[in-house]
Design a protein around this ligand. Sequence first.
Ligand SMILES: [Zn+2]
Ligand SMILES: [Zn+2]
Length: 195
Amino acid sequence: MLPIERQRQMRELIQKKKTWKISELSEHFAVSEMTIYRDIKPLVDEGFITKTFGGISLKQNKEQTVSDQAHCAYCHKPNNSKMVYRLILTNDRIETTCCAHCGLLRHRQLGEEVLQAMCHDFLMDTTISASLTWYVMDTTLHVACCQPQVLTFEQKEHAEKFVKGFDGEIYGFQEAMEAVHQKMQGGQGGCSDHP
Ligand SMILES: [Zn+2]
Ligand SMILES: [Zn+2]
């Protein structure tokens, strides 16, 4: 069995019964305890479970958080993984929004509660820290998430080239957050599937 498959089954097991001993898991999957420790590491890192003495247990409220990931925390539209903006919050909470538009608005709402935020580079599909991202708005290219749409770039050079081709304005993080907010206040656009 592949580690990834074991991890998937482990998630199910842990949701059914919230605490497990490493020895029980090792017996269940017929692999060494060492292997179990390796398998659970990503689950611990993402905050799904916590390590206890000789075992693991499901993190409280995690079921709630997991189900939230499928829908935007701001507009409740299903999340398209290519554009999501993820907010890492205090108390081990994570929120996912459908795109940088909702991400910036949600980030602004939560303020100090946000420890870190991540988004995706529109061209390269790499993950970027939101505070280092260049945001492009008012472009003529329509990618159909929320209006006014916000595209994200890791490199300013890419954002500049994009704007040359498709128009638009480039913003830094703080400016972008204020700009989306202003535009929403102004009554233009909105979070809709039918912009
Ligand atoms: Zn949204
Ligand atoms: Zn969106």
